[in-house]
Design a binder for this molecule. Structure first.
Ligand code: ATP
Ligand code: CA
Ligand code: CA
Length: 432
């Protein structure tokens, strides 16, 4: 299993799938956005709409390059979610569908899910299993209410839930969500933390080959790292995490992790912007290679802005596919406007470290709770039983959701402290 971020162009094996996903998103999202906003109803949470696309087009759907079926789930709920998360509706469509370009990360986890980035790196499309899909629909109301009451949630932000199917092909379910990592900042280290130690080690000697690998709990502990937040940020962070985890426990979810990307301000971004490559996240185990994406980091010129505006008009008014643009992708040089309003994403899209006196620290953390659609099902119970035979419960990851959540909160809270405090504690310990 090779994990690389590759551009999905017309020669790519998953080009048709990617094209169909984006065409479906573009059609259904514009369709919902075109209507006058209204309050949600009970029916909105269970709504689903099916569309058939073909090369000729029909009275309902525009013509597309390929024949496929597309299902749109709870469009009004997701429209409202996107509004709560302050996404600009036009921008959302632009990012995802103005050029039909995605970068595919392949399947980084064990689950077999595929990950795609929008061309500007703001959004992630993750294919999910049917069980996860059904589960998300089941918990949608709880998730919605939670997000509405906790706009600063650390949980994954879901922006859309859809399904594509080509004739004789299998059904592919997918969600659109936030990319926690910023397009304009190097992430120097990435960790996926669960608060468990069994199997939570990335082989350190593989790091040379794969410097951007996602590390795990044991790697974190080995480095004696901390989430360096002074009193104010620490209490806000832990408080929100507790509220989020409470929801996950109530919904019997487990196996989620805190994803942490660390940007070291002193190191900053690499000097040579021309050679800047897309920072693909490269989780777990396998050897992965970084691919150049020729993503130039620069401010768009007036001309480009004009072009963007024109494309946008085209996008809003025409149903014709916009021709493929093989030119270089631009990366945004700043974070989305809306993000600044969210506490944990307000320091350049992330959450800056602070000292004991709350003065700013040397790192920006990009963090959130990810992979939160695993229901504590029979399969997991089986794993619990099996693993339980050989390991003590504090070490295994497959424990019931209640305890999984408690252990998660305990671990993350335990590693949330400033450097000063950590040193003071160590000193006190050694003099005892
Ligand atoms: P598994 O179930 O085996 O853990 P999965 O296929 O469900 O895997 P995730 O755990 O959701 O995958 O994610 C795998 C990796 O992808 C994460 O460790 C992280 O590096 C990256 N990733 C996932 N979601 C995001 C996100 N929202 N922003 C940035 N990176 C992400
Ligand atoms: Ca995971
Ligand atoms: Ca998973």
């Amino acid at each position: 299993r090779v994990v690389v971020g590759t551009k999905v162009d017309q020669d790519h094996a998953n080009w048709v799938t990617a094209y169909n996903m984006l065409t479906g998103i573009r059609f259904t999202v514009s369709r919902t956005n075109a209507k006058i906003d209204r309050e949600l109803t009970d029916a909105d949470f269970v709504a689903r709409h099916k569309f058939s696309f073909d090369i000729t087009g029909n009275e309902l759907t525009p013509s597309a390059k390929y024949d496929f079926k597309f299902k749109d789930y709870a469009p009004w709920v997701f429209r409202h979610l996107r509004a709560i998360f302050k996404l600009d509706p036009a921008d959302y469509l632009m990012s995802l569908t103005s050029k039909y370009i995605l970068s595919e990360l392949g399947s980084p986890g064990k689950s077999g899910s595929f990950f795609y980035f929008s061309r500007d790196y703001k959004y992630i499309i993750k294919t999910i299993h049917h069980a996860e899909h059904k589960f998300l629909r089941k918990i949608l109301r709880d998730y919605y209410n939670h997000v509405r009451d906790n706009p600063n949630t650390l949980l994954s932000q879901f922006y859309g839930l859809h399904r594509v199917k080509i004739p004789y092909g299998r059904k592919i379910h997918f969600v659109v969500m936030n990319n926690l990592f910023p397009p304009h900042r190097d992430i120097h280290r990435t960790f996926d933390l669960k608060g468990s130690t069994i199997g939570r080690d990335f082989k350190e000697d593989e790091l040379d080959k794969n410097p951007r690998a996602t590390l795990k709990d044991l790697n974190w502990l080995r480095r004696s790292l901390h989430l360096e937040f002074g009193p104010t940020k620490k209490s806000a962070f832990i408080h929100q995490m507790e509220r989020d985890v409470k929801l996950l426990q109530k919904l019997k979810i487990m196996d989620y992790s805190l994803l942490v990307g660390i940007h070291d301000l002193e190191r900053g971004n690499e000097e040579n912007l021309r050679d800047k490559t897309l920072q693909v996240f490269q989780p777990g185990g396998e050897q992965a290679e970084e691919t150049p994406h020729n993503m130039l980091m620069r401010t768009p010129s007036k001309l480009e802005n004009a072009r963007k505006a024109k494309e946008l008009r085209q996008l809003m008014w025409s149903q014709k596919p916009i021709p493929m643009d093989k030119s270089i992708n631009k990366m945004p040089d700043d974070v989305q406007e809306g993000k600044k309003d969210f506490y944990f994403y307000s320091d350049d899209g992330g959450f800056r470290a602070t000292h004991e006196d709350d003065s700013p620290g040397e790192e920006i953390y990009y963090l959130g709770i990810i992979d939160c659609l695993t229901y504590y099902s029979l399969i997991k119970r089986g794993e619990h039983f099996f693993k339980g035979l050989t390991n003590t419960e504090s070490q295994i990851s497959a424990i019931p959701p209640e305890r999984y959540g408690d252990r998660f909160v305990k671990f993350i809270s335990g590693i949330t402290k400033t450097r000063e405090r950590a040193e003071a504690e160590k000193l006190a310990e050694s003099t005892n």
